[in-house]
Design a protein around this ligand. Structure first.
Ligand SMILES: [Zn+2]
Length: 349
């Protein structure tokens, strides 16, 4: 059952980069547009105005520059190759690529992504945006968001207050990387350790990355202990995945990086009027809603998240956040108060 809201707020779900690879194109901060790609991997930026308001606005550019999963076009050959690679490497990979094909998910490569963000999924356009230096981990993470969108869990309510927004997005962002762990782990079980080591490397290189060496070791040992008890592969993966979700939610560096980003989006929403400042309410999320967050069809990850974690998470949410985030919260509160009580402020003239 999908939650129904009167109005949707445009949100982009992100994959925060652990390391920025050396891009194979000449970067120019002042130019924005799509990248087209030659068969030899060389990419070229085609400048375009990317300020689309509706999917209809974006349609022509998507046709020109982007692909859908399952497209047999000559566009974005490296992305097509990555999708095939994911599909062939693991059971989870096969499942999510087929789902992305069913859902007509659009893949684009363009410049309009902030530094430090590897990729994002915009549910308004059902599109995944990649930077030229994207990797497999980014793609899997964003497809997980497309699946979350399909099960109704990405939609949010413009009346939610800040804490509700933060909780909503953090829950979605904590379950998406578990698909990366499962993919890497299934490859490892099949004798290919490369993705698992890649995740380990990214975790070691950045305190903001969701997955740490500890998360990986813990996932593997929980999986093996359940196999030892006679559970099947799927059940053991789900058990280990649920624990990994909780560990990610407790990862302070990861959490603060996302909170910084959510605050920026929230401030934008207040300023551009997509959030209804006068009616803010603590509305989200209920345990039933959270249960849909980790529903990736093949594996259902967050279904067993215990209520006590959620309560604990709620009370600790803004403890130890960065100074930058604290000042952003103050700014947002001032803007909101000015919008809700404009007359009150005018009386101080
Ligand atoms: Zn994300």
């Amino acid at each position: 059952m999908k939650p129904i809201f009167k109005k949707r707020v445009k949100i982009a779900l992100l994959s925060i980069f652990a390391t920025i690879a050396n891009p194979s194109y000449a970067s120019d901060e002042n130019k924005h547009g799509y990248f087209v790609e030659e068969a030899d991997g060389v990419v070229e930026l085609i400048e375009t105005d990317m300020n689309y308001r509706t999917p209809e606005d974006a349609k022509d550019d998507f046709t020109k520059f982007c692909i859908k999963a399952g497209d047999n076009s000559d566009k974005l050959p490296s992305v097509q190759k990555s999708l095939t690679q994911i599909q062939n490497a693991s059971d989870l990979g096969d499942h999510i690529i087929k789902r992305a094909q069913d859902l007509d998910v659009i893949f684009c490569m363009h410049s309009a992504i902030d530094d430090g963000i590897g990729a994002h999924y915009q549910y308004k356009f059902n599109s995944i945006s990649l930077r030229p230096e994207y990797n497999i981990t980014n793609i899997i993470h964003e497809i997980a968001h497309a699946l979350q969108h399909d099960n109704g869990s990405v939609e949010n309510d413009p009346e939610w207050d800040l804490i509700s927004h933060i909780k909503h997005i953090l829950m979605l962002e904590a379950t998406a990387p578990v698909t990366n762990i499962i993919h890497g782990f299934e490859m490892r079980l099949n004798g290919d350790d490369s993705e698992w080591q890649e995740l380990r490397k990214r975790g070691n290189n950045s305190y903001r990355f969701a997955i740490t060496s500890t998360t990986l070791a813990s996932f593997e040992s929980h999986y093996q202990s359940k196999i030892g008890e006679g559970l099947g592969h799927k059940s053991a993966i789900e058990y280990a995945g649920n624990i990994a979700t909780k560990e990610i939610l407790m990862n302070r560096g990861w959490k603060n990086a996302y909170i910084d980003n959510i605050l920026k989006g929230y401030a934008d929403g207040i300023i551009n009027g997509s959030l209804r400042t006068a009616e803010m309410k603590n509305g989200f999320p209920t345990m039933d809603q959270i249960r849909t967050y980790g529903d990736f069809g093949k594996y259902n990850i967050s279904s067993k998240m215990p209520d006590d974690l959620f309560t604990r998470f709620d009370t600790n949410l803004l403890r130890n956040i960065s100074t930058q985030s604290k000042s952003m919260i103050r700014k947002v509160e001032i803007i909101r108060r000015e919008q809700v009580y404009p007359n009150k402020i005018n009386t101080h003239k």
